[in-house]
Design a protein around this ligand. Structure first.
Ligand code: GLU
Ligand code: MG
Length: 437
């Protein structure tokens, strides 16, 4: 068949969907400068295709400008099409970042972190997902046979991630039914969110090529475990040296780390609408599911919303290079850019306000009464998306981190998503989400 190879210019939007337009590869030079045309109201298209109440209507024009640095060329060598896409930024016609471009919002948050703490961010997104195809085999958690069942997929995925410029790390059979986990190496600044966006798409593409289907939905079965996205974070100082660890700090936290995490915990209830943004996300964020239900910092505790991760090194300089913490209250319904932007802003606020390092918990907070929790400075995180949206829009500090119009547009988008679900029971809601993520 004849063909003109095409490149897809993409944005990861408020729905966490990767949308865009393709152009002939021969036009690349022009498109890197001028981008492709984009429409403001597109940002109100929910994950279920319904368009939420849009303040933009039919008006306005934008440019989606691909960033060559994100170029992915993926040849599965299976006789099928070669995929090519680039992620990009949305600007207005004068080249100013658009207020609802998630990648631009993350870049602004990272700039703030640099001026507040003198550090840049290293991070990596760890992803859990489930196969929708293939029978359910009990007793397979973390097993060799569970891995072997999906070895061809795992090996194709590792090769695909490598071609896409990521550093493949591990692939394993997770605990849940048909659940697997994939990890990749860290990247600096907004590149980790680029890579998380690429990883989700490439994982889906790999599955398709093998006649399989996967879902990253936050939870498939309300009685089972969820699919988490754990964002591993560390810092580099101006000279590129590790700045996360201090031997004499609480649980090894440097001053900047302590204040950053304190900020994240302080604002967690008001940013969770951006990091766990689906209706079913709140089925996952319940106690005893190894996700996150309270705004606590755990030391190697998988029930904490922020966890200090283990290191294998014993000498201080190697510990400093390995030391990182993870934000566990995220899922793949969130654009990686928006989730990370919210976390980074909360952390930068903590640094600007000089918040002291939080205490570390190593206990089950779900046995404490509401009063005992509040005496110790903990809150139960929102239990519904609507509650999370309310805590976001009512927190003037948090809203102030974003362009003035952003909170109203974001909450309108999410309320459009909620409206779509109104006559559905829990299992129908889960089914709806697993089809779109
Ligand atoms: N599936 C859990 C979650 O929803 C995480 C399990 C783990 O610690 O890897 O976040
Ligand atoms: Mg896991």
């Amino acid at each position: 068949m004849i063909k003109t190879p095409m490149i897809f210019a993409a944005t990861s939007d408020l729905a966490g969907k990767v949308r865009g337009k393709a152009f002939p590869a021969s036009d690349l030079e022009k498109r890197l400068k001028r981008g492709v045309g984009w429409t403001p109201t597109n940002v109100m298209i929910t994950c279920f295709d319904a368009i939420a109440d849009s303040p933009f209507g039919a008006l306005g024009d934008l440019l989606l400008i691909p960033d060559e640095y994100t170029n992915v060329v993926l040849d599965f060598q299976d006789g099928g099409a070669v995929e090519q896409f680039m992620l990009g930024d949305i600007t207005d016609l004068d080249g100013r970042p658009w207020d609802f471009c998630s990648r631009s919002l993350l870049k602004a948050a990272l700039d703030r972190l640099k001026s507040a703490g003198g550090v840049s961010l290293m991070s990596a997104f760890e992803h859990e997902f489930q196969f929708k195809t293939g029978g359910e085999q009990p007793g397979e958690a973390y097993t060799l046979s569970g891995f072997a069942e999906r070895r061809p997929f795992g090996e194709a995925l590792m090769a695909a991630l490598d071609q896409a410029g990521l550093v493949p790390d591990t692939f394993m059979k997770e605990y849940g039914a048909n659940q697997y986990e994939v990890t990749n190496g860290p990247a600096q600044d907004h590149r980790s969110a680029d890579q998380a966006t690429v990883l989700r798409e490439v994982t889906r593409m790999t599955a398709k090529r093998l006649d399989e289907q996967v879902t990253f939905t936050p939870i498939r079965d309300p009685d089972g475990v969820g699919n988490g996205v754990h964002i591993h974070i560390s810092f580099l100082d101006e000279n590129g040296a590790p700045a996360t660890y201090d031997e004499s700090g609480v649980a090894g936290m440097s001053k900047v780390t302590g204040s950053f995490i304190a900020g994240v915990l302080k604002y967690l209830e008001s940013i969770i609408a951006l990091t766990a943004p689906s209706d079913v996300s709140y089925l996952r964020l319940t106690p005893h599911r190894w996700s996150a239900a309270y705004n606590n910092l755990g030391f190697r505790d998988r029930e904490a919303s922020v966890r200090i991760c283990p290191v294998t090194a014993t000498d201080p300089s190697s510990i400093a290079r390995q030391y990182n913490f993870e934000y566990r209250a995220a899922d793949a319904a969130a654009s990686p850019y928006l989730a990370l932007a919210a976390i980074v802003h909360a952390g930068a606020q903590g640094i600007e306000d000089g918040l002291p390092a939080p205490n570390v918990t190593e206990e089950d907070l779900s046995v404490l009464s509401a009063n005992e929790l509040s005496v110790r400075g903990y809150v139960r995180l929102p239990e519904t998306l609507e509650e999370a949206l309310r805590r976001f829009e009512e927190n003037k500090t948090v809203c102030g981190w974003f362009p003035a119009a952003f909170p109203a547009v974001y909450t309108a988008h999410k309320r459009g998503e909620i409206a779509f679900l109104k006559d559905k029971d829990t299992s129908a809601r889960c089914a709806a989400y697993e089809r779109v993520y």
